[in-house]
Design a protein around this ligand. Sequence first.
Ligand code: ZN
Length: 255
Amino acid sequence: MSAFQPDSFIVSDVVPSPNFDERKSAPDIILLHYTGMQTGEAALARLIASESKVSSHYIVFEDGRIAQCVPEALRAWHAGVSSWGGDTDINSRSIGIEVVNPGHEFGYSDFPLRQTAAVIALCKSIITRRGPISPDRVLAHSDVAPSRKQDPGEKFPWELLSESGIGHWVRAAPLNLDGLKLQPGDRGEAVSRLQRMLRGYGYGIEETGHFDEATRDVVTAFQRHFRQARIDGIADPSTLLTLRALVETRPKPQS
Ligand SMILES: [Zn+2]
């Protein structure tokens, strides 16, 4: 693809990627990733290499610089096999933002404030220009692909985003509370209830009444986003209370 006009003037560079096709629906999700490579330049090179078959609309560097690789009107290839709220073509429904960070494989680091400020400004720009994207549809890659993906991970500053009006988030309940705890191998109605709540919020999980591997993966993804102090895939009282608070404060669907 040849150079195109950026969708926003906070974009500093347009670096076109050939990896895109047509959307099948209008985007109503913002999907956040980390790049998970040693450098941002290597990550950008991969997003624009035709043989990689991956791309994203934006990449945000550690210093806050933003490059755009695919126009928002087109379908970038960043989500892979994924699902949210029953939809499985998340690439068609989303705008993808890669946030430069080495990730768990190469020395997962804190996200610098300059970078987070740029991510917030970019999300605001998207939401202002495109019309409302419901806060509970600003998601992590791990939310839509919990068994495959960890990004952007438990260091991602969802709280700061939420303080700036981006995303749906609640303060996590404290660790080490007494009460019901559900873990791998457990069976029964309490597990079904947990699965129903996660599924109702959007996670791609079946209600089996069995705390299986898929359930552990979804609980882990939930913790990376909403209960970042301990990531262990166990639905302890803190995790369950946080989930309940999240469901209860969910924004009403806009008509
Ligand atoms: Zn990702």
